[in-house]
Design a binder for this molecule. Structure first.
Ligand SMILES: [Zn+2]
Ligand SMILES: [Zn+2]
Length: 328
């Protein structure tokens, strides 16, 4: 157990007792010692029941040193000290009436217990006031929260940095344009490099999530089933997208080749060629991209798929960096 609890736990228990003491003392000074007239006493009683409940309510937050409760505990202890001072003065004033016997014993007991309580409450107030750090989250807890936040960030949808299409956290590549997406370790949520097979932070195996692997299997089976050629073409294109989500770029390119193979429509073929070229471009294969775009332009002179524009973009020198310029 953390040593901070050595003082917090007894103080927490005392706060329950202090609440009860507040109630008992109020009842006693009103109905036994007659310090308060019964009307005032009754109103005070209602008020003090509320305060007693307030004191007792701090039990839990003190007991577990609840993060974020420091200010509330300080407030509650401050109120307790004030209430205790009032109760002490009421009890003290009863001594003037010369009670004897069991009444006197009760009066002494209440007075002493309230003295003890005000010392403990004031001491507890000073102690907790100085130990604000007990009620701040530990570095471990902060780290855990940050990890959870990052985990939340990775399970929600984000944007592909290249084509701005929505992508999901566990996708390895954008299914639209093939851009590699940041990967996160499934166990510690740290970002891992594209080539990492083990998480550099926690050492867990970096494996594609089962959801994507099963999607890929399903799409593969579907694509390979006998069907009308145009249907198979569409299915291979879907399979290619699933493969991209799993980061299997080369297999995705191959699936697009199948999609081209199964369609007899030139414009579908050129569309697939432009897609493949985009994937090549975004995975650093400018030369292959240029070849496919040139092939697309040859196939469809009207270039509905926009291969010429894509080729121009591909060949355009990047400002301040000529490395992306490619000779077709
Ligand atoms: Zn994209
Ligand atoms: Zn990890």
């Amino acid at each position: 157990m953390d040593k901070k609890f050595l003082l917090l736990r007894p103080l927490a228990v005392w706060m329950i007792f202090a609440g009860l003491l507040t109630l008992i003392t109020t009842v006693a000074v009103t109905f036994i010692f007659g310090v308060l007239s019964s009307i005032v006493g009754f109103i005070s009683l209602l008020f003090l029941v509320f305060l007693a409940a307030y004191e007792m309510a701090t039990f839990r937050s003190i007991w577990i040193a609840q993060v974020g409760e420091w200010a509330n505990i300080i407030k509650a202890l401050g109120v307790s000290v004030v209430v205790r001072a009032v109760l002490l003065s009421l009890t003290f004033s009863a001594y003037g009436d010369g009670f004897t016997g069991s009444d006197r014993v009760l009066l002494d007991a209440l007075f002493l217990l309230n003295v003890a309580s005000i010392l403990i409450e004031a001491g507890g107030l000073a102690f907790i006031f100085m130990k604000k750090q007990y009620f701040l989250p530990s570095q471990e807890e902060i780290d855990a929260v940050m990890r959870r936040l990052r985990a939340v960030g990775t399970t929600t949808v984000a944007e592909c940095p290249t084509c701005r299409q929505l992508v999901e956290a566990d996708w390895r590549c954008c299914p639209t344009c093939g851009t590699g997406l940041p990967k996160f370790c499934a166990s510690c949520k740290a970002e891992v490099g594209g080539e990492d097979v083990k998480c550099p932070k926690c050492g867990a195996d970096v494996v594609p999530t089962e959801a994507i692997e099963s999607l890929i299997r399903t799409m593969k089976e579907t694509a390979e089933q006998p069907a009308m050629p145009e249907t198979r073409s569409v299915r291979y294109a879907r399979y290619a997208e699933a493969l991209l989500k799993g980061g299997r770029v080369e297999e995705a390119i191959e699936a697009y080749r199948q999609a081209i193979h199964y369609t007899k429509f030139v414009r579908k073929q050129t569309n697939f060629l432009v897609k493949m070229a985009t994937i090549y471009k975004n995975t650093g294969k400018q030369k292959e991209a240029a070849e496919l775009l040139n092939a697309a332009i040859e196939l469809d002179s009207e270039d509905i798929a926009g291969a010429r524009k894509a080729l121009e973009d591909l060949m355009a020198p990047v400002a301040g960096d000529g490395t992306k310029t490619v000779k077709a």
